[in-house]
Design a binder for this molecule. Structure first.
Ligand code: NAP
Length: 328
């Protein structure tokens, strides 16, 4: 039951940015490295926590920002590896309550070069192992790691969290920031929020869901927190070839999500695979709920939303301040 009036104006906090650059990285230390998928999954994802106390990052990072990691060694051109960014999955107070330890879910990149796929650089088939993800996942407690950051100014919780409701949408490792945001909103120093918080998570298989048990626990404990899953490769009904994508959850829960999304202060966050935002836009527009989250340029997205193409939406829709997007 909200106590504060809703606010249509979204004020984001000032977030420290690029305090530590790749030219002069700081040294962090691994304090946790454990699997964070639901059971045994072929998507190996590990929750890696880094202690950054004594560095410029300590007490300065915010949930929703990213930090950088520089893996050791050199690339195929003999140059030092470049920095890779990882989303911070910890609340502002960190894993330790003092902003000294931040965590991130790291998915091992394991793929096959395929000469038939544009962009794959090798002319012959062969395994490809992501340099930084596998380096991080292999680290032991106590190992040192070079870090940079923080980075990001927009994918943040608002200053006045009690004046908004929240719809968080994720696919895959895009769930990262929501772990910290949900922890901050429900378990933060200010006490649990009284606003509504929805988390819609997409994954290929149930076993791939990241931080699933934590979110189930919050869902059981807090009446105003709702956790839904969209499993794309597990059919829900006999005869169906596939499961569902996250945007289908908006329809399934329309009775409750419809009025919430119509609320003038509701914030929508989208994080994960590129293209997911278009499915959400199309679905919201079809349901008459897009207003407030994306502003159409006239003449580009005319006609029935069900027919809008991704190209049209990329050109014709601009996210409003109530819609935060982080997709890759
Ligand atoms: P993943 O485990 O493969 O899961 C992605 C899920 O999204 C799958 O169920 C996939 O379904 C589904 N999907 C694919 N296209 C979709 C669409 N248009 N609309 C809705 N759902 C869709 O994901 P991942 O390997 O973690 O990759 C996630 C992406 O998020 C990466 O590109 C990553 O760079 C990015 N990201 C990560 C972070 C982070 O903090 N780590 C932050 C922001 C973004 P099917 O595969 O069955 O089609």
């Amino acid at each position: 039951m909200p106590t504060e009036p809703e606010s249509t104006v979204v004020t984001l906090p000032e977030a420290a940015n690029k305090l530590i650059t790749p030219r002069a990285p700081a040294t962090g230390r691994i304090v946790r490295n454990e699997s964070c998928t639901f059971g045994k999954s072929n998507a190996w994802v590990r929750d890696v926590a880094v202690d950054v106390s004594g560095t410029e990052l300590a007490g300065k990072f915010r949930v929703g920002q990213a930090f950088g990691v520089i893996p050791p060694g050199t690339d195929e051109n003999g140059k030092p590896h470049k920095v890779r960014l990882y989303s911070i999955a910890s609340p502002d107070s960190g894993e330790d309550g003092h902003g000294n330890v931040m965590s991130t879910p790291v998915k091992r990149t394991i793929d096959e070069f395929d000469p038939d796929i544009a962009g794959h650089r090798r002319a012959h088939r062969g395994m490809f192992m992501g340099v930084c993800s596998n380096y991080l996942c292999d680290l032991e407690i106590g190992d040192e790691v070079l870090v940079t950051g923080p980075a990001g100014k927009r994918f943040l919780l608002p200053v006045d969290t009690e004046r908004h409701d929240y719809v968080f949408v994720a696919t895959g490792t895009g769930i990262a920031p929501y772990r910290g945001m949900v922890m901050q909103l429900l378990n933060g120093p200010a006490g649990p929020t009284r606003r509504d918080v929805w988390l819609l998570a997409g994954a290929p298989y149930t076993s791939d869901l990241i931080y699933h048990e934590l979110f189930l626990e919050f869902d059981r404990e807090f009446e105003n927190f709702h956790y839904l899953q969209a499993i794309s490769r597990e059919p829900r009904t006999p005869g169906a070839k596939r499961g569902i994508y996250v945007d289908a959850l908006l329809v399934e829960e329309l009775d409750r999500l419809g009025p919430l999304l119509e609320g003038p202060g509701t914030l929508l966050y989208l994080c994960g695979v590129a293209g997911m935002q278009f499915g959400i836009y199309r679905r919201l527009a079809t349901l008459g709920l897009l207003d407030g989250y994306a502003a159409p340029k006239s003449g580009v997205c005319d006609g029935s939303p069900a027919e809008w193409t991704n190209v049209q939406m990329r050109r014709g829709l601009r996210a409003t301040p109530r819609c935060m997007i982080e997709v890759y």
